[in-house]
Write a new protein. Structure first.
Ligand SMILES: O=P(O)(O)OC[C@H]1O[C@](O)(CO)[C@@H](O)[C@@H]1O
Length: 250
């Protein structure tokens, strides 16, 4: 696990985007795994700048979002279908037909989850998975006590996650209660993972992910076993790392 500590959130976005771009360049049909939430927005903005400057071409790339709310219409502005279109597909000039988001509106969610796994496999697997981390240590929507071997599946959201995401909705009762998410096993199959975290509200989860025991109470701790994972933090998110002096500081 490589850990890089940056001055601020803007630098996190740039450093992480460069790592993602390095691994996508030169591949004929690169596959990028896409996180939503606030954390990766600066990363996507920098990737968009590279695309605008001609330093990166994602027109032939495939994209797979990590997750989607269950029962939220794709047209809803906070559905991850809409968020990915707004923050990734359009600014990165990707082909919309090659960017997939789990179908949280499917009548058969088990079938939709299996099809999603098959689509990732058919595209050749994920080259670079972009990740954020929830304040309770979730990645994707894999909440604490999710099996490490899990594949794409339907999950209930914890109260903490619903509270964290309530800022995107008018009221708490509009925040969905369930999601369809890639599993921890699916995420661990990615060839490279780049996780970004900023802000003091992530400091406990970040410290537990990097230094704590690998335990299902802290889903992100499974990344300690990922063969090529890069964690890019700002000072605030790195503040509770006892081992911070061992890591690369920019
Ligand atoms: O980046 P945020 O908004 O803090 O969210 C943390 C994580 O929770 C999720 O929103 C749940 O999927 C992730 O996409 C994100 O990485």
């Amino acid at each position: 696990m490589e850990v890089v500590i940056c001055r601020d959130a803007a630098q996190v976005g740039i450093v992480a985007a460069e790592k993602v771009a390095d691994r996508l360049r030169g591949r004929a049909n690169p596959v990028i795994g896409l996180a939503t939430g606030s954390s990766p927005l600066d990363l996507y903005a920098h990737l968009a700048k590279l695309v605008d400057e001609g330093a990166l071409d994602l027109s032939q790339a495939y994209g797979f979002a990590l997750d989607e709310y269950v029962g939220l219409a794709h047209e809803h502005p906070e559905s991850y279908h809409a968020v990915i279109r707004r923050t990734v597909t359009e600014p990165l000039r990707m082909n919309p037909a090659r960017v997939r988001v789990p179908n949280g509106m499917a009548a058969d969610l088990v079938g939709a989850a299996q099809q999603y796994e098959e689509a990732i496999r058919a595209a050749g697997g994920v080259d670079v998975q972009v990740l954020g981390i929830g304040s309770n240590g979730h990645i994707g929507f894999n909440e604490p006590f999710t099996s490490f071997g899990s594949r794409t599946h339907r999950v209930p959201l914890t109260e903490q996650t619903r509270n964290d995401n309530a800022r995107f909705f008018d009221s708490m009762d509009q925040v969905p209660t369930h999601a369809l998410t890639q599993g921890l096993g699916t995420i661990m199959d990615s060839r490279t993972a780049v996780l970004v975290a900023t802000g003091e509200h992530k400091a406990d989860a970040v410290a537990a992910m990097i230094e704590g025991p690998v335990a299902i109470a802290m889903p992100a701790s499974i990344l300690q076993f990922h063969p090529d994972v890069h964690v890019v933090l700002d000072e605030a998110a790195a503040a509770k790392l006892a081992s911070r002096d061992h890591f690369h500081k920019l």
